[in-house]
Design a protein around this ligand. Structure first.
Ligand code: IVH
Length: 667
């Protein structure tokens, strides 16, 4: 193939991929299965590898690219990135309406959800995404183009040939869904890292990362809402602009409506007050904007905000209480987390007596002191947190809690790693870390040793019966029977559970070690690529980090782990005990299965339902009982049921048992 021919083919595939992304991420109406999409994407990768000069920055393959940055460049906003005036009562909304109607008597309002995320600006030139920035102070922000490119709902190339959308700026809100937020925090907890307080902080923190590969894993999303300076006559109102933007490939906030009167606006705000909790993303209010652009021009802006728009903020679920102490808890990777102890207070359904303060920067930023009266809030109905200190209630008895310099448990010196806000105890023999590691090792998702929960871990470590994983397997009947509340039956059950855990596969053992950044998925990928621990322990950084789905953080963490002699000794002791350190199964995790959701319907020839389910999960996939747009494959046997029809109507990929066999064992 000549270069000119290749250019044509590459452009055609890119266009197709852009369209499929649009259907999937913006319209929620995919027509390709993930398998077919992956094939198409791979074709593009292959062509681009063959003709590297044809790679352009707007190619879908270039979303996660480039080396980590050292720092962000500054971007000046023109026009300024204004903010919105907030209102908290419907009376204030009526006052806003009166102000508007004095200048523009006959306006309609477009009312949109106020998405709780991070404001960004996106610039396009000749229909291509060229620069993206944070709001910063409204005058200058950070150039975070490489991070924004990882957001698949930001089109790198505009889909329509509309002249009005050729060179322009658009502003929107980057956010993390509640589900992604929960997943991210769970992973961070598993890895002993400090937690994000809410989805907005998590989105903001992610956009500030200097390595776009990590940003890509966060799966950020965006809604666009404003063209700050509509340059063309084509745009006459917001409602019409949004339609054009959606056609061009942007994701707009779907829940919006036009209203003639402020009473109707208020009714709409009221409708979303409770309903917003069911949305997949956080909404903290509604934005009320004059729809017509001529009217907007007439109304103009103040120094800080436009006169044609206002935000109505929903009241949060809050309570007032007093902080009685700030203590420090040490996780299994040594991260020290400050926790506020409070006078117990009832807040939407439960009594709250403590709340994580997340990290030390949070204490400093909010200036939280012992004896302070504070407002606490349940954000997104999840964990309670301290919103702010009521400084008016200070009496002079408040005490700043100094940063700990030593671990509260083992008293060794604490360290702060570059780029991290967390303080860390680096003494691997710290009892708090030992306990955390043992608890994780025995937990259900790891070695699954029933009866080896927090109480048992605390007792065994305090009595110095166990200090590492291998010690668990040397516990004797006589050791355990002496413990409080342990009878003959519970001791035997525990010993049996410990013994049974020896059959856990290598991937679970590797995950159970609790090495930083190694979740179960990474463990499976590592085991697939290095089927024995001897191979893994000798693998150089580059050969680990080059595995698809494994980043440099994992590779660094693994190589660090095996650099430590004590860890090697521990592995050797566990080998002697009989734990699995090689992948003997003929079905290692396969990337075509990794993270994919299967639904089974009809009868299969060679597998029972249970066997097929087990096989899929061993290969890294999930099995679900119902078909939705999120289903990747429906495996249909003979006489399939309604799931088959549903899959057809949703365009979900349907595979036969023969297709499935080929995926399991490709020729
Ligand atoms: S319109 C001049 N619409 O809220 C700014 N903003 O508190 C016009 N936001 O800076 C903004 N959802 O980042 C608009 N549907 C929405 C929004 C929205 C969230 C953010 C935006 C703004 C901030 C003001």
């Amino acid at each position: 193939m000549t270069k000119t021919q290749a250019k044509k083919v590459i452009e055609k595939i890119r266009k197709e991929i852009n369209l499929h992304n649009y259907r999937y991420y913006i319209l929620n109406e995919p027509i390709l299965s993930d398998f077919e999409y992956d094939e198409l994407y791979q074709q593009l990768v292959d062509f681009e590898n063959q003709f590297p000069d044809l790679i352009t920055p707007d190619s879908p393959t270039q979303r996660v690219g480039g080396e980590p940055l050292k720092e962000f460049q500054s971007v000046t906003h023109s026009p300024l990135m204004l903010s919105l005036d907030n209102t908290y009562t419907y009376d204030e909304l009526k006052e806003f309406d009166t102000r508007v109607r004095k200048i523009a008597p006959k306006v309609s309002y477009i009312v949109e959800q106020k998405v709780d995320g991070v404001a960004v600006s996106l610039k396009y030139q000749d229909g291509k995404f060229i620069q993206g920035a944070t709001r910063g102070d409204g005058v200058t922000g950070d150039d975070i183009t490489i991070n924004l490119k990882t957001i698949i709902s930001i089109p790198l190339q505009i889909l329509t040939k509309d002249k009005s959308l050729n060179t322009f700026e658009i502003r929107g809100e980057v956010f993390l869904t509640k589900k992604q937020f929960a997943k991210l925090n769970q992973e961070r907890e598993e890895q002993g890292e400090s937690l994000f307080a809410n989805p907005r902080n998590a989105a903001a923190g992610s956009l500030k990362l200097l390595d776009p590969r990590i940003v890509a894993q966060r799966k950020l999303d965006i809604f666009v809402h404003t063209i700050p300076r509509p340059l063309s006559q084509a745009f006459t109102s917001d409602s019409q602009t949004l339609k054009i933007l959606q056609k061009a490939g942007f994701k707009i906030i779907l829940h919006s409506d036009l209203f003639e009167s402020i009473e109707q606006v208020i009714e709409y705000c009221e409708q979303w007050k409770e309903a917003r909790h069911k949305l997949p993303y956080e909404v903290d209010g509604m934005v009320i904007k004059v729809d017509d652009y001529q009217a907007r021009l007439k109304l103009g802006d103040t120094q800080k905000s436009p006169r044609w728009a206002v935000a109505y903020k929903y009241p949060p679920m809050q309570a007032t209480t007093k902080i009685t102490n700030i203590i420090f808890s040490v996780g299994r990777t040594g991260v020290v987390t400050p926790v506020a102890k409070m006078t117990p207070v009832f807040l939407s359904g439960s009594t709250i007596s403590h709340s994580t303060l997340h990290n030390f920067d949070e204490i400093k930023r909010k200036d939280i002191r012992v004896n302070d009266t504070v407002i606490i809030e349940k954000a997104g109905e999840v964990i309670p947190q301290v919103v702010k200190v009521i400084t008016d209630k200070r009496t002079g008895k408040e005490k700043k809690q100094p940063l700990p310099t030593r671990c509260p448990v083992c008293h060794s010196k604490l360290f702060r790693e570059a780029e991290e806000v967390a303080l860390r105890c680096v003494n691997a023999s710290c009892p708090a870390q030992i306990k955390g590691r043992l608890f994780h090792f025995a937990s259900r998702s790891a070695m699954d040793i029933e009866g080896f929960g927090w109480v048992m871990v605390n007792t065994l470590v305090d009595k110095k019966l166990v200090k590492d994983f291998a010690d668990i397997y040397h516990l004797k009947y006589d050791d355990l029977i002496k413990l409080e509340r342990m009878g003959d039956k519970s001791v035997n059950n525990l010993l049996q559970a410990i013994n049974n855990s020896k059959t856990k596969p290598y991937s679970k053992v590797l995950f159970a070690f609790g090495i930083r950044h190694i979740g179960i998925h990474a463990a499976r990928l590592l085991v697939f690529n290095f089927p024995s621990i001897d191979k893994l322990s000798k693998a150089p950084f580059d050969s680990i980090s080059s595995i698809k789905g494994i980043g440099s953080a994992v590779a660094e963490s693994i190589t660090n782990f095996f650099r430590d002699k004590e860890n090697i000794e521990l592995v050797n002791r566990l080998k002697q005990i009989g734990l699995n350190f090689t992948e003997t199964s003929t079905t290692p995790v396969k990337s075509v299965f990794a993270g994919k959701t299967f639904v089974l319907t009809g009868a299969l020839k060679n597998y029972t339902r249970e066997k097929a389910t087990e096989l899929i999960s061993q290969l890294g996939g999930n099995v679900s009982s119902s078909v939705s747009k999120k289903t990747d494959y429906v495996l249909a046997g003979t006489e399939p049921g309604s799931k088959y029809t549903k899959a057809k109507s949703l365009g979900v990929k349907i595979i036969t048992e023969t297709d499935f066999d080929k995926m399991v064992k490709p020729q």
